[in-house]
Ligand binder design. Structure first.
Ligand SMILES: Nc1ncnc2c1ncn2[C@@H]1O[C@H](COP(=O)(O)OP(=O)(O)OP(=O)(O)O)[C@@H](O)[C@H]1O
Ligand SMILES: [Mg+2]
Length: 302
């Protein structure tokens, strides 16, 4: 698999294409294994629909199949958490959805239409696993980047960022450079930049992974509040089963590489999410189901 070329052609260097032709029985049959997302209108298509995605990295003689027919959908306004073993291709999958990588096979549908790789660029707001702050820009100017890239003037972008710095616990650090910030603060600057991009679909790759437990819990609560104020559709990658159940409407579990969807756990009727739910029997049951799907309960009690 290669980074998406600018001319949209991505056929070279592909290995092991296992493409189900669009509309074929194989493609149709493979869909829906992850359950259908609730949508606002009865017949509205899901905002994001992944169909039989396959991806393989090739480096010299080394061939590494990563995704092997991943299908699931995310309805408008839905929050889906994606969880899977390290190296199962979660970041690769988000790169594909964001349009940074072309899959070897399969399709990404947005708003009911298949969208080729270059056309997906700019359709979602993507917070990558490693924050990519520019070391020569302050926290404020880093957070303003996405708005500036979208054509907002630097002055207006800075104003928009300043107004939201307190929410992110960054009010005092507007003028600090990334090297002067803690890992958690850098993560929050990247998060602010992503949220400010203003897109309906948020792709978040372990956005709280670098945070200590207390800051992490505070940021999760903050995200829930944000989503209650501003309706967004979220696909969030996490390693943390409790975080997945706490935040998501549905948790999609991947198998080890080359990955497929192993299991889907709907988490209905837990809204509004409040920290107190984590000790309730229903919450613990959701966690247990997911830990079981990840194979993490095997041998316990032996
Ligand atoms: N650009 C690349 N070239 C070659 N191999 C890669 C590349 N990017 C990722 N890989 C490999 O592909 C596999 C999947 O990587 P990916 O980062 O998508 O996994 P992940 O599920 O996000 O893992 P983690 O939970 O550790 O973040 C890994 O084995 C990784 O080493
Ligand atoms: Mg990753």
């Amino acid at each position: 698999m290669m980074p998406a070329p600018s001319d949209g052609r991505s056929d070279n260097h592909r290995v092991g294409a296992r493409q189900a032709a669009p509309g074929s029985n194989a493609a149709a049959a493979s869909r829906g294994t992850a359950g259908r997302a609730p949508t606002t209108a009865a017949n509205a298509p899901p905002l994001l629909d992944l169909r039989q995605l396959a991806a393989t990295y090739v480096e010299g003689d080394a061939v590494l199949p990563v995704l092997d027919g991943v299908s699931f959908a995310v309805g408008e306004g839905e929050f889906v958490a994606l969880i899977g073993p390290s190296g199962s291709g979660k970041s690769t999958l988000l790169d594909i959805v964001a349009g940074l990588l072309a899959p070897d096979a399969g399709e990404v549908w947005l708003d009911g239409r298949p969208v080729a790789t270059p056309g997906r660029l700019g359709r979602s707001a993507y917070m990558r696993q490693r924050d990519l702050l520019l070391p020569w820009r302050t926290a404020l100017d880093n957070a303003a980047l996405a708005l500036e890239a979208a054509g907002t003037s630097r002055r207006a972008a800075r104003q928009a960022v300043r107004a939201r710095l307190p929410e992110f616990g960054l009010a005092e650090f507007a003028d600090a450079y990334p090297a002067q910030l803690s890992g958690g603060m850098r993560q929050r600057v990247a998060f602010l930049r992503t949220v400010l991009a203003g897109r309906a679909l948020l792709l978040l790759d372990e956005p709280f992974g670098a945070l200590d437990a207390l800051t992490r819990a505070a940021m999760q609560d903050w995200l829930i509040d944000l989503l209650e104020r501003e309706r967004r559709t979220v696909l969030l990658v996490t390693h943390d089963v409790e975080e997945a159940v706490f935040l998501a409407d549905r948790v999609v579990v991947l198998t080890p590489r080359p990955s497929r969807v192993a299991y889907v756990e709907p988490v209905p009727a837990l809204r509004p999410r409040r920290r107190t739910i984590v000790t309730t029997p229903i919450f613990v049951a959701h966690k247990a189901a997911i830990l079981g799907a990840l194979g993490l309960l095997n041998g316990e009690g032996d």
